[in-house]
Design a protein around this ligand. Structure first.
Ligand SMILES: Nc1ncnc2c1ncn2[C@@H]1O[C@H](COP(=O)(O)OP(=O)(O)OP(=O)(O)O)[C@@H](O)[C@H]1O
Length: 312
């Protein structure tokens, strides 16, 4: 039995179809990346899974139970890290965790959970005074209470520093190794690539792709990418006008160009070398980010921050 199964799931807010005709099946034990730019419908889907909102049409089953008929039974087996958990009450980190353990009637060791998210030394401080990253880690620990069968993470690395991101990834991998199904919503592509078995890509409420990372690459085509490091920022070189170029991105002194096939890379190098001082050349496989940009171009809110620097 799948852990999550939606059929024809639709949620409209007035004229906006936040989620449209979503068919999604997530098997037990999967780490599933739910990707999409801002406004794609990710949080709405999560709210539908947990029966926080009701669908306009279609069905949702979690653990084989209808989400509307058995929300309490479902929620007691689910751990949720919501987007932007508000720690507004005058409670310490430890007290928040005790509260989470109490509400689930669980017997977790709070010290072990605090240690897992590196908050042992700050457990006695008011959670409201924590940094964003610390609050995120506390929310993650609360989501792990009672060893959930399904862990739902909505943008889990928000506010985390690189160490925090790495630790969170390790924790997700550990949880998954114990058999927990993980539903990982994010627009941070590298993060999803690093931890997920399969990804679904949402755009404007619709699931535009669902596959393994490699499968997704194959779907988009045999594109090839080349990175050119230049002595000065490589802007306005006219690379996007070259035949066979599908994406151009500039970050600091690095120009990343995606071509429809590897044979086009030499034209790119020649073109750039005639106009800029190239100091290094790196040929790479197409990143998931490029694929994601292609799949979600023209999204509801301009495709989100990940597409902002891609010049077409
Ligand atoms: N309660 C609501 N009332 C009206 N519109 C809503 C409501 N909730 C969501 N929407 C709209 O539905 C669409 C999908 O929003 P949703 O929050 O699910 O996207 P998301 O993929 O989670 O985005 P983000 O990455 O920014 O969190 C957006 O256009 C949003 O404005």
């Amino acid at each position: 039995m799948p852990t999550i199964e939606t059929r024809g799931l639709t949620k409209s807010f007035g004229d906006v179809d936040a989620v449209l005709d979503l068919d999604l099946t997530i098997e037990a034990g999967e780490v599933f990346g739910f990707l999409g730019p801002n406004g794609a419908g990710k949080s709405t889907t999560i709210n539908l899974l947990l029966d926080y909102i009701r669908p306009t049409s279609g069905s949702v089953e979690v653990f084989g139970m209808d989400a509307q008929r058995h929300p309490a039974k479902i929620r007691e087996r689910v751990g949720v890290l919501p987007e932007g958990y508000g720690f507004d009450d005058p409670l310490t980190g430890r007290e928040y965790l005790d509260w989470a353990i109490g509400t689930k009637d669980a017997d977790d060791d709070p010290a072990a959970l605090l240690d897992l998210v590196s908050l042992t030394d700050d457990a006695g401080r008011m959670a409201a005074d924590y940094s964003k990253g610390m609050q995120q880690r506390l929310a993650f620990a609360m989501a792990l209470v009672d060893d959930p069968d399904l862990l739902i993470l909505d943008e889990p690395s928000t506010g985390l520093d690189p160490n925090g991101v790495r630790t969170m990834r390790e924790n997700v991998a550990d949880v998954a190794a114990d058999g927990t199904t993980v539903f990982f919503s994010s627009h941070h592509l590298a993060e999803v690539e690093a931890v997920c078995d399969r990804v679904g890509v949402m755009n404007e409420g619709e699931l535009v792709a669902v596959d393994s990372i490699d499968g997704l690459r194959d779907t988009v085509g045999g594109h090839a990418a080349i990175e050119l490091e230049c002595a000065t920022p490589p802007t306005e070189l006219g690379v996007e006008a070259l035949d066979g170029v599908v994406d151009v991105a500039v970050e600091d002194h690095t120009l990343t160009v995606t071509c429809v096939d590897p044979g086009r890379k030499i034209d790119v190098v020649t073109h750039v070398a005639e106009r800029a001082d190239v100091v290094d050349i790196l040929s790479t496989t197409v990143s998931l980010e490029t694929l994601f940009n292609e799949l979600t171009e023209g999204g509801r809110e301009g495709g989100g921050e990940t597409t902002a620097e891609v010049a077409q």
